[in-house]
Design a protein around this ligand. Structure first.
Ligand SMILES: C[S@@+](CC[C@H](N)C(=O)[O-])C[C@H]1O[C@@H](n2cnc3c(N)ncnc32)[C@H](O)[C@@H]1O
Length: 395
């Protein structure tokens, strides 16, 4: 249980594997103990950015059976559940009491969410569940008018009870409850079986944007996001490329491949991002030695630390996305080694790590095992100054 993934979600520098706090709340460290918090933009604004997917795309007769398809995030569902406001108010009051009863119990036991964070999540859940033109503050209105009115919800009231019990009693991550996560300027669909993208990882897109800003060859080339999960890095990279290059996103997990494909489609990037299923470089044989860039946030938690993870993470997020072997280095070293044969001359790579120790181990490995293969190899800090990423260029 190292601090790097056990600390409070509000401290993004150390919350790499703390599940909560990334969504709807963009947190940036401004100095030790000094956080500036950006409250999430309203969903209706963000929802206009991606391509509108018609329900025929989501539920076409050619869609895979429900068990194999992705879950539709709450905010994208049709508000078809007419519900008396008084029932919604009763639910909200019950859910607030349940959140308040948690106090700091989870925080103390495994650095989980405290009741104030849970109450914030409850407000976001309400926002996502309500039809867009309804003001969520109706929940606090008293009087006959509001109590008699009906609102349309995106799920039934009994489901809201069930979801909130899952959140508190099972510690199911909030992002899985609502089915999405806010990441950079994206709202990405997520569900069980797919890692919830973390704010730290957002920096990878800045690193990509930086190298392509002065290098047209890299901007127009093939990029690969290995272990794409929700597709976050692949989609962010494709948008940074601005329609010039191509991104291949791979994952071993069939659920991740489905969810990433959905997210790619939602942002209208089908022609730019190709999602492939398979292990690391195996689905990339056709682009061996041709990649302009390789980016990855692979599993890097040492196996022995998995049982000590915050409940939201350890119980609910996929082990495949977390476990990096005995010292957490298995996949990082494999990717570093593969980068040597996959990248073209001048090609760039960026890997996310657990922090300084792993970053330095990779740099040592490159120096000892791949001397003369890479140049400008360095560890790059995250928002808090932790050496989180390793970047280099292929000679
Ligand atoms: C830490 S998660 C990162 C997910 C996503 N890139 C992100 O940053 O949110 C690691 C990802 O690697 C995938 N993965 C694990 N082993 C893999 C393998 N052998 N080949 C390809 N992907 C793998 C997992 O399924 C998971 O999606």
């Amino acid at each position: 249980m190292t601090a790097s993934y056990r600390l409070s979600s509000l401290c993004i520098t150390t919350s790499i594997f703390s599940s909560h706090g990334t969504r709807q709340m963009k947190v940036r460290l401004t100095g030790f103990g000094g956080l500036s918090t950006f409250i999430r933009p309203p969903l209706h604004r963000l929802k206009s950015t991606p391509c509108a997917l018609s329900s025929s795309v989501l539920f076409s007769s050619s869609s895979p059976p429900a068990s194999q398809s992705h879950q539709v995030p709450l905010f994208l569902r049709v508000p078809k559940y007419a519900t008396p406001v008084s029932d919604l108010q009763k639910w909200y009051s019950w859910a607030s009491d349940l959140a308040a009863s948690v106090g700091s119990t989870f925080l103390v036991s495994d650095n989980g969410p405290d009741s104030s964070l849970l109450c914030r999540e409850l407000r976001w859940l309400l926002e996502d569940a309500l039809q867009e033109d309804i003001d969520p503050s109706l929940i606090h209105q008293v009087g006959v008018n509001s109590a008699q009115r009906e609102v349309n919800l995106k799920t039934g009231i009994e489901d809201l009870y069930k979801l909130w019990i899952q959140r508190i009693e099972e510690r199911r991550p909030f992002q899985y409850i609502v089915g999405c996560e806010h990441w950079r300027d994206l709202v990405l669909c997520v569900q069980e079986g797919v890692l919830i993208p973390r704010p730290e990882t957002e920096i990878i897109i800045d690193l990509v944007a930086d190298v392509i800003s002065s290098n047209r060859v890299l901007k127009e080339g093939f990029w690969a996001d290995l272990g794409t999960g929700s597709g976050a890095i692949a989609i962010g990279t494709a948008r940074a490329l601005g329609g010039c290059g191509t991104v291949i996103a791979t994952d071993l997990s069939p659920v991740a491949v489905k969810v990433a494909s959905f997210n790619v489609q939602r942002y209208g990037l089908q022609g730019v991002v190709e999602v492939r299923e398979g292990s690391w470089f195996e689905p990339l044989k056709d682009v061996q030695g041709k990649l302009a860039g390789l980016v990855s946030n692979p599993p890097y938690i040492p196996s022995e630390n998995i049982p000590g993870l915050q409940a939201e993470v350890g119980r609910h997020e996929p082990k495949l996305a977390l476990d990096g072997g005995v010292d957490g280095m298995d996949h990082l070293l494999h990717l570093c080694q593969g980068a040597a044969s996959m990248l073209r001359t001048g090609g760039f790579f960026a890997l996310e790590t657990n922090g300084e120790k792993q970053s330095k181990l990779i740099l040592d490995y490159m120096e000892k095992e791949h001397r003369g293969t890479f140049y400008n190899a360095k560890a790059v800090p995250d928002f808090a100054g932790v050496l989180r990423f390793v970047t280099a260029f292929r000679v």
